[in-house]
Design a protein around this ligand. Structure first.
Ligand code: SAM
Length: 293
């Protein structure tokens, strides 16, 4: 549609550079909020494109800050963006983008850990974000927990994270980053590392390299298991990741029996098991252990 932006507001392409927006609204980055801003629109558009087709349903952005990625999403033709930002200082800067976006951008001042995804807009829903690294892992676990309840809640998750965390999500067995978060993630989603960004891409630069990661929920989990049981098994196994399972699974009851039933060697260690093998262990747990003691 060729409708003009609201009177007195700029078109998206004509908004001032992000550096001036940050200066004009006094948005000095706060460490406590994990603020590392992306100011290069070529880069934020690239992240937006990595999220795939945005022309249907709801694109959920967590932590828009001054709005660099928000602009990227809108420029890449997102039909509707809902941007959830905790920092009230960002409101005016984001309102300017909303005015230019002619109804395609909705702002929500809230803690992303508290919002219910389905309340943000109709499916297909996707999350696209340069995540605040201090709450990145809890946010991912919260979304995965929702996907375990209903895989249709999200179509995809495309997020910037510390490379070290991203590597845990895509890890293969018998590697150092393979752990509880890997098993939970890959049980529910296909996970793919897309590209890295150096610290200097951000203002202020973080201490570590960042990666863009994409998760696509599987239509059904890789193998049957209850989330609580799987959690108990991976917690016990990776809690003592250097020990053999006959030792590390003792806290779950008769470890010998568990290994017999599942056909796993007693001498195996947590990092050698596939996701499917963890699911088999979860199914073999005695019922009183399965739902969390
Ligand atoms: N999207 C912007 C960009 O790429 O330049 C900012 C990314 S910055 C890494 C993370 C953003 O998340 C900040 O704007 C911060 O205020 C916001 N944030 C931090 N904790 C949050 C939370 N619990 N809920 C919502 N937003 C949060």
């Amino acid at each position: 549609s060729g409708t003009a932006p609201a009177p007195g507001s700029a078109a998206l392409e004509d908004l001032p550079p992000l550096r001036s927006v940050i200066a004009a609204h006094g948005l000095a980055a706060r460490k406590s909020l994990g603020q590392h801003f992306l100011l290069d629109l070529n880069l934020t558009r690239r992240i937006a494109r990595a999220a795939g087709d945005l022309s249907h349903g709801t694109t959920i952005e967590i932590g828009p800050g001054p709005g660099g990625l928000t602009r990227g999403l809108l420029l890449e033709k997102a039909a509707r963006v809902v941007a959830v930002e905790k920092d009230p200082r960002c409101r005016d800067a984001l309102a300017e983008i909303a005015a230019a976006a002619r109804g395609r951008l909705e702002l929500l001042q809230a803690d992303a850990l508290q919002v219910e995804l389905t309340a943000l807009g109709p499916a297909p829903r996707r999350i696209v974000a340069n995540l605040p690294y201090n709450v990145g892992t809890p946010l991912l676990i919260a979304w995965l927990t929702r996907i375990a309840e209903d895989p249709a809640v999200l179509q995809s998750i495309t997020v910037m994270l510390q490379r070290e965390v991203a590597e845990r999500l895509v890890a293969a067995p018998r590697t150092k980053p393979y752990g509880r978060l890997t098993v939970l993630t890959q049980w529910l989603c296909e996970a793919q590392l897309l590209f890295d960004l150096p610290p200097r891409a951000f203002v202020p630069p973080p201490k570590v390299v960042s990666s863009v990661l994409r998760l696509v929920p599987r239509p059904a989990p890789l193998a049957p298991a209850s989330p609580a049981a799987l959690e108990r098994v991976t917690q016990a196994a990776f809690g003592q990741r250097r020990k053999m399972l006959r030792q590390s699974l003792k806290s779950l009851g008769d470890a010998q029996r568990l290994l017999e039933v599942t056909g796993l060697p007693e001498t195996a260690r947590a990092e050698e098991l596939t996701v499917e093998q963890f699911c088999a262990l979860a199914r073999a747990l005695p019922s009183e252990e399965r739902d969390g003691a």
